[in-house]
Design a protein around this ligand. Sequence first.
Ligand SMILES: [Zn+2]
Length: 348
Amino acid sequence: MAKADTGNQIEIGGIRVAPGTSVTINLPIARLYTYDNLSMPVEVVNGRKGGPRLFVSAAIHGDELNGVEIIRRLLRHSALKRLRGTLVAVPVVNVHGLLHRSRYLPDRRDLNRSFPGSGRGSLAGRIADLFMREIVANCTHGIDLHTGAVYRENLPQVRANLDDPAALKLAEAFGVPVLINADLRDGSLREAAMDAGIPMLLYEGGEALRFDEVAIRAGLRGVLHVMRALGMLTGARPVSQSLQPVVARSTSWVRAPESGILRPQTTLGARVHKGDTLGIIAAPLVDAECRVVAPVGGILIAQTHLPLVHEGEALFLLARFESNAAVAEQVEVLQETLAPALPDDEVI
Ligand SMILES: [Zn+2]
């Protein structure tokens, strides 16, 4: 809803940001038990001209760091000089989790299962409530940046409620090959924002507690693509060619048939066929080996990097598409165009 006659003003945490200015706002959150104050840093970049108000958030799971780096690069990008509308960047939502290098809050709650939250609820619920009041309520669109869990790497992918036309538009504009329809009622920021009428998407790429250059570049490029699609970067040069995203028909985890030491036989993004060997599980001393077999064909969109596995553990995530071959090609283009170049004199 448009505020009457204030130009492109936005007010967050009681601080008013004038058109054509950028301000760092520290939103106070529950202080530490050492009595040190703690705050959630927010950078508001306000264009001279009004337009969409996009929030970009990261580290809602405190150990997921690629998004923190995506936002750092985004805020320094020259395209923002001609911003129309407002960018609200929140690089670390779960400050407590980041301090502890943990996905969770100190009470072991998952912040992204605690939305929309309440000012009188758990610590997670209070932070969720603050985010809804100060960030979501002041924005028209959102992007939430994630990675896989510890020891688990995700291929760059977008998850959104694709039954919602506005969210679908954002997801397609982001421009990574793999789209997953996520319409769960899971207490996530995505669900609460959608309920509040704010279309948003979730980007996943790489692994917790690691920087992954391809995932960071794909994420940065994706955010810029979305901003262009929303008309926030008018006049700027196109960021780069976008890939053709394809919606997965379904996804399924392949689990360890036995406990043991895993040797993966495939790589993230690979196209696999039904019956392919995805990995081999063996005991440390005896010869017996057990194959982990693909129950269906698809594209490998997540996999564990920890060789120690218990029976039943989720090892490989396969996504199935109308044409797995077409998606595999797009994934290859993504990995080739975004892989960091080797220094000239380096020889492999
Ligand atoms: Zn996450």
